[in-house]
Design a protein around this ligand. Structure first.
Ligand code: MG
Length: 383
């Protein structure tokens, strides 16, 4: 029986992880859940999974949660950063699924690593902002980091049993998002509603907007760079609108290994939970004949400049990726609130990166300081 703690249990990944866990009640046990403000959903999860420990955003959410639970289960309820850290290090948890969105996931992930927990990583900002630091800590504590993101899960699966020296290139696939085929001038007119209508994946609003700008793929390049210790110039991206091939590894002999599967996050979530074992999946077999064809095309980097930001940020190194990530997070929030156009996200990210002098080999303090600085500048940046 594997004890699991989930950071971000009421989000898209968190709820799907609980769906997976529910199908294997004799293998996984939920010991701790952390959520933000969706207290009603959390109360339902607490009733169903009976964790010993729960964390919410603040005292008001804690009060409402107690009220909703009434005379039902009585987990320990903590709040804020302290709550997140407690869930990340919950004594009964062997694995911690980090599914919160944004840089807020960084410190609890580090705490979980230091507590020796197996990390099921769904929070990509952690590796983007602090990849070098996080991977170093994971190695020091001999903690495996198992990716949940579909692309990285695919790469992780394709790399099983292959010495790293034989790898020539990683190829991430991108669906292309809702604006595939658009030109820059059209993109200026993209609305929030259009950006949130993702053609393939069901995901939260931040990731969905990141998919529309291809910033998601930029963050994933940086994530892959650290997860698999491959230089950024050997990480490519190809648009694959069907989202069936989740990514590929090219080896030195010219062989390509790909991982294919239905477009459903429950599959990589389940693999991260059961790794290295395989458990029965929730879906019927993928019907290749019904799919008919799988197509691939180049990324239009003139219209969607995000991938270049990733290359530049990793090449400049130090705190630059953290700045890219923080500026993007603020820019996405400004876009979702209706304050700026979609392309304003590019202007903000580019502008904030241009204004930053990266601190080399940053420690956690330096990363968090760069993150705060970038947020401030991005908040006021004309877009
Ligand atoms: Mg992804």
């Amino acid at each position: 029986m594997q004890g699991v703690a989930i950071l971000g249990s009421t989000g898209s990944i968190g709820t799907q992880a609980l769906e997976v866990i529910q199908r294997f009640p004799d293998r996984f046990r939920v010991v701790a859940l952390a959520a933000g403000r969706r207290v009603e959903v959390l109360a339902e999860q607490v009733r169903r999974f009976r964790p010993e420990l729960v964390a919410v955003a603040g005292p008001e959410e804690a009060r409402r949660l107690r009220e909703l639970l009434g005379s039902g289960p009585e987990p320990e309820i903590l709040t804020g950063e302290e709550g997140l850290a407690a869930v990340a290090t919950a004594p009964g948890a062997e694995a911690v699924l980090t599914a919160v969105v944004g840089t807020v996931g960084l410190q609890p992930t580090l705490a979980a690593i230091q507590a020796g927990k197996r990390i099921l990583l769904a929070n990509k900002e952690t590796l983007v902002a602090a990849g070098e630091l996080v991977m170093r800590e994971a190695a020091r504590h001999r903690v495996p980091i198992i990716p949940v993101d579909s692309e990285h899960s695919a790469l992780f699966q394709c790399l099983q049993g292959h010495p790293r020296e034989g790898v020539a290139r990683l190829i991430l696939t991108a669906s292309g998002g809702p604006f595939r085929g658009w030109k820059r001038a059209d993109l200026e007119r993209a609305t929030v509603e259009m950006a949130l209508r993702h053609p393939r994946w069901r995901m939260g609003p931040k990731v969905t907007v990141d998919s529309a700008t291809l910033m998601n793929k930029a963050l994933e390049m940086i994530e892959a760079r650290w997860l698999f210790d491959i230089p950024i110039d050997r990480i490519g991206v190809v648009v694959h609108p069907q989202s069936i091939v989740h990514s590929l590894v090219e080896f030195q002999d010219g062989s390509l290994l790909a991982q294919l599967g239905a477009t459903d996050m429950r599959l990589p979530i389940q693999y991260a939970l059961s790794y290295p074992e395989r458990l029965p999946g929730p879906l019927p077999s993928l019907d290749l004949v019904a799919l008919g064809s799988l197509t691939f095309e180049a990324v239009d980097e003139v219209t969607f400049p995000s991938l270049n930001y990733a290359r530049a940020a990793v090449t400049m190194g130090g705190t630059m990726p953290a700045v890219l990530n923080a500026a993007n997070e603020v820019a996405v929030r400004r876009f979702l609130s209706g304050a700026i156009p979609l392309t304003g996200i590019y202007r903000i990210v580019e502008g904030v990166m241009a204004a930053h002098t990266p601190v080399p080999e940053p420690d956690l303090e330096a990363i968090l300081a760069a993150d705060r600085w970038a947020r401030q500048v991005a908040e006021a940046f004309p877009a």
